[in-house]
Design a protein around this ligand. Structure first.
Ligand SMILES: CC(C)(COP(=O)(O)OP(=O)(O)OC[C@H]1O[C@@H](n2cnc3c(N)ncnc32)[C@H](O)[C@@H]1OP(=O)(O)O)[C@@H](O)C(=O)NCCC(=O)NCCS
Length: 131
């Protein structure tokens, strides 16, 4: 059964609407396209925390809970859940407003990714101290 939800009451990292070119041969949105958007959304808080460039080192988990359709309005919420010396782990949740309707919202994807802060030689770099 499909859950009917409200969008989380926090800023979203990214909002995007898949187009026909993003669909698979069956007409639904290609999972690889969603993975790319999730990677972009997760990199936003990671880059902010790193105060510079980051590279994705791992996709720890990825769950496609519901299909995504062309014309859905997708909202990506990205939160840092862990930091290490050079690494930042981010949880990303994706909600779809079907046909862009505010009253028809489903959570479609949840994922956890790890990014590493890198220097100009693409080597790991220690995270800056928090203020
Ligand atoms: C990112 C990169 C520079 C890291 O260099 P590395 O020598 O492999 O890094 P290290 O072994 O020193 O580990 C760096 C951090 O990543 C973490 N890490 C390593 N493997 C991990 C894994 N499988 N899952 C989660 N975290 C991992 C380490 O624990 C470490 O974190 P910490 O410093 O907070 O303790 C290098 O792996 C790289 O360039 N990878 C390709 C990145 C890329 O191109 N991504 C885009 C997709 S092609």
């Amino acid at each position: 059964m499909t859950d009917i939800l409200q969008l989380p009451q926090k800023p979203c990292a990214l909002r995007v609407m898949p187009q026909p070119a993003d669909a698979n041969i069956h007409g639904d949105v290609f999972g690889g396209w969603i993975m790319a958007q999730v990677d972009i959304a997760g990199s936003i808080p990671a880059s902010r925390r790193a105060n510079g460039r980051v590279a994705t080192i791992a996709v720890n988990s990825f769950l496609f809970k519901q299909p995504v359709f062309v014309g859905d309005l997708l909202s990506f919420y990205a939160d840092i859940v862990k930091t290490g010396n050079t690494s930042i782990t981010v949880s990303v949740e994706v909600y779809a407003q079907r046909m862009s309707l505010a009253e028809d919202i489903v959570k479609v994807t949840e994922a956890t990714l790890t990014y590493v802060a890198t220097d100009s030689d693409r080597r790991p770099r220690a995270l800056p101290a928090l203020d």
